[in-house]
Ligand binder design. Structure first.
Ligand code: ZN
Length: 435
């Protein structure tokens, strides 16, 4: 089927879209429950409000059930039930009648995008507010407005979800995404929905690496997660991605780790070179998601982001226009396939050494094609080039880059050459690949 996975990811995003999520609250729990249908062993973990994590404190839990602004005639002109973006995230409860002039201090809109409802939060400064289109705001006449936000902000829990998929090695590939935006598609549902289907793929494979998947609220969730697991993450993680903005029709792009030359960076650039030849590489200075925590000094995890259009660079970002029409099954599928290749590259990456001096004689081992055609010439050239660079220093990604052939077109040849004992891997070198 065309875009089968892309369609499945989009359908999952469609189910999650209406739920009002935030850093904490029932919306996060409900969203994790839906993800657990796709990823059955996904574990939900709770952390209490008030817990100190590095320089941060887990905030109180926020829940909202209803909110509205009624105009002077009593008509609901802003209604949380129609769009959860209307409530400023983490708004305190309010029920008052006030003049339009007084209400203006609590309204947020974007003059340059008159039909967009902005997504705004105030997690750590206590206030209340409504977000609405500039067009509606301009139509509001002087008079008395009834405003109500039926919210609760009190000690409770922050929730995140985690899954470990064991491989033959204890070393890990860490895939982290966030789950804290309300009805917003590219940033943010495209990340968790793609990761859910990638989890399905990883579980069906025979993996060398162990996979650690985390669905955390952005920033505070990553801080909480690091606070709990820092030592083992530093010891085990050889590569990883922060997954966001995976579904718009823009080109794939890459945000590197702070170090810039980790296994993650090398594998990501290698994949993108083939699946999106004119991909954009951003600077780490343009970071904006959980790599801010994962790549911070002393943490130093090898985390990059393979994205489509980066958050902040598309006009619909953080507005009601970032909806289910902005993400498409074909774009989601393309991103998913790039991620599968990224994993394939790392799974197969190893330092290779040729076992003979000079070129080995391929013919007597059945590795030389019977017929000399353009295709067979290419196969032989790739085999020879592969052996020529297998010097005990270069890993497969480096060799693949040197000889301009994608890793996924070399894996069969590597297996055949290893079977004939023409190539070998120093086990020590496998462990070194990630450092
Ligand atoms: Zn965002």
């Amino acid at each position: 089927m065309v875009h089968e996975i892309g369609n499945a990811i989009h359908s999952l995003a469609t189910r999650l879209f209406p739920i009002c999520r935030s850093l904490t609250g029932q919306g996060v729990r409900d969203s994790i429950s839906i993800l657990q249908e796709i990823v059955p062993n996904l574990r939900r973990i709770a952390v209490e409000s008030g817990e100190q994590c590095f320089d941060w404190v887990v905030p109180d839990e926020w829940n909202v059930t209803d909110a509205y602004i009624k105009d002077p005639t009593g008509k609901r002109i802003v209604d949380f039930q129609e769009c959860n973006l209307h409530v400023l995230g983490y708004s305190l409860p309010v029920h008052e009648t006030m003049s339009l002039e007084a209400l203006q201090d609590h309204l947020y809109s974007i003059p340059e995008q008159p039909d967009a409802i902005p997504y705004i939060t105030s997690y750590y400064k206590k206030r209340w507010g409504f977000c609405l289109t500039q067009r509606l705001r301009d139509q509001m006449q002087p008079g008395q407005y009834e405003v109500k936000i039926d919210s609760q902000l009190k000690p409770g829990h922050l929730h995140y979800a985690e899954l470990i998929i064991p491989g033959r090695s204890e070393q890990e590939i860490f895939l982290s995404t966030y789950l804290c935006h309300p009805s917003l598609a590219n940033d943010n549902l495209s990340g968790p929905c793609t990761l859910a289907y990638l989890a399905k793929h990883i579980r069906e494979q025979d993996n060398f690496y162990t996979y650690r998947l985390a669905f955390v609220p952005e920033t505070i969730g990553a801080i909480v997660y690091l606070n709990k697991h820092l030592t083992e993450l530093k010891r085990k993680v050889v590569a990883g991605l922060v997954m966001t903005c995976m579904g718009d029709e823009g080109k794939l792009s890459y945000l590197p780790s702070r170090a810039g030359n980790t296994l993650t960076d090398r594998a990501a650039r290698h994949v993108l070179r083939y699946v999106e030849p004119d991909f954009v590489e951003h600077s780490f200075l343009d970071r904006g998601s959980d790599e801010r925590q994962y790549c911070s000094p002393g943490v130093d995890l090898p985390m990059g982001s393979i994205m489509r259009t980066k958050y902040g660079l598309y006009p619909e970002y953080h507005t009601s226009l970032d909806n289910l029409t902005l993400i498409t099954p074909s774009a989601l599928q393309h991103t998913y396939e790039a991620l599968v290749k990224f994993i394939e590259c790392i799974e197969h990456n190893e330092v290779l050494t040729t076992s003979v001096y000079g070129e080995p004689q391929l013919g007597k081992r059945g590795l030389y094609p019977n017929l000399s055609t353009k295709q067979s010439n290419k196969i032989v050239r790739n085999l020879r080039n592969l052996i020529a660079y297998a010097d005990g220093h270069a890993d497969l990604i480096k060799i693949a880059d040197e000889i301009s052939v994608p890793v996924w077109e070399l894996t069969e040849s590597v297996a055949a050459l290893k079977k004939e004992k023409l190539l070998h891997t120093d086990v020590q070198a496998v462990a070194l690949c990630g450092s």
